[in-house]
Design a protein around this ligand. Sequence first.
Ligand code: NAD
Length: 288
Amino acid sequence: MIIDGKKFARKLKLKIKKEIQSIKKKTRLTPGLTVILIGNHAPSEIYVRNKAISAKEVGINSKVLRFKNSISETKLISVIQKLNKDKKVHGILVQLPLPDHIHGHKIIEEIDPRKDVDGFHPINVGNLSSGKDSLISCTPLGCYLMIKSIRKNLSGLNALMIGRSNLNGKPMVQLLLKEDCTVTIGHSKTKNLKELCKKADIVVVAAGRANLVKGDWIKKGAIVIDVGINRVKKKNGYKIIGDVEFKSVVKKTKAITPVPGGVGPVTIACLLNNTLKAFKNINYLSSK
Ligand code: NAD
């Protein structure tokens, strides 16, 4: 089975849209998301545009605040502090990467954890690892929801997470642990990745290495989630491929996400889901 990320995201967005409509009727309030975009990094421009379009689709008020690369750290912090106090803003997202003179961790720590829709604030990271309710990084949250849509009970399954970034690998590990999986983490220094992979019922790959995982690494019937986005040259131009060699792996799997059209669209839907969750938490509305 190939997991259609676009379809999955459409369904999730429809659910969010309906819930926002009903909230608006009851409270006359609208969830608000503000994205801070610094400089003119072309991929970031595309991501932010897609986020704004999707937010509008589900009825979230979204705003993009643009700043030049030269913005000072102090100025950026004062912008965030103002957004923290703004009652119409429930989600704040600072689009990465940031210019070199700005310390990412300092900026993230300034965001009110209740509005941290990227799930990067240490309080959210800590709550997730302690098994408490938290805002969860959008890409691993999307991967988790897709895995759960294939198989509800993951208890006792062997899961391999390839990649240990704060953005993907580490939160994904926490989500799999919460489901009682036996989790192994592979990374660039892991020596026997293929052997570990052969034992895994669930494989999530976020390494940023084109075609890293091959068909002969995969246990029959495994669920494979490919987070990787790699731009590779082809005859006329470029194409985007994942970290999984799709052609050889697909034959072995129970379910697999393609690239493109897998994890990417679901990540954006999860950002909307996090904005709705933040809105409900801030307004003391019950979470569904
Ligand atoms: P990162 O560079 O921060 O981390 C990569 C991780 O992979 C590291 O922990 C590293 O140890 C590990 N790694 C690198 N080479 C390896 C190898 N040969 N074998 C095993 N492990 C190896 O990257 P990231 O931010 O986690 O992103 C990973 C990939 O996911 C990138 O391609 C990125 O573009 C993509 N991504 C996709 C989405 C999405 O929505 N689809 C979102 C975020 C990131």
